[in-house]
Ligand binder design. Structure first.
Ligand code: SF4
Ligand code: SF4
Length: 121
């Protein structure tokens, strides 16, 4: 979450991007070792699975609209503070490579906090 464009209050009231249904478990954040360590120090040891050279949450079997909520999510939002995974820090943007290998930045169209911005903004 980028504080310059989204307020913590907006995200605490929404929390949409911290819940995953069966169609978007591929969007689980990548968890580098220091993030896993920070989670464990906070007393949270979720089931993990490899994601390249790092790890991510092990996807549970989800049916229909059933949601997997990130184990670091609380009623008031993310509990990870500055230890938040990079993927989450830059949300609602995503960095990706196109087929030619060029890096692209995309914005998540479904993020309610982005509704007040035009494409140009
Ligand atoms: S979807 Fe957007 S507004 Fe909602 S919690 Fe995520 S970043 Fe915040
Ligand atoms: S680490 Fe925090 S911001 Fe990222 S998905 Fe989990 S609760 Fe949401």
């Amino acid at each position: 979450m980028l504080r310059k464009i989204l307020s913590p209050d907006t995200c605490a009231a929404c929390r949409l991007c911290c819940g995953f249904d069966c169609t978007d478990t591929w969007e689980f954040p990548v968890l580098p070792p220091e993030t896993v360590k920070a989670m464990q120090e906070m007393g949270v040891s979720p089931k993990l699975t490899p994601a390249g050279t790092e790890q991510t949450f092990a996807a549970p079997s989800l049916q229909g609209e059933e949601l997997f909520l990130c184990p670091m999510l609380s009623d008031t939002g993310c509990t990870m503070g500055e230890q938040k995974p990079f993927d989450c820090k830059i949300w609602p943007f995503r960095m990706m490579r196109d087929l030619s290998g060029r890096v692209r930045i995309a914005a998540a169209a479904y993020c309610p906090g982005m509704e007040r911005y035009t494409d140009a903004q």
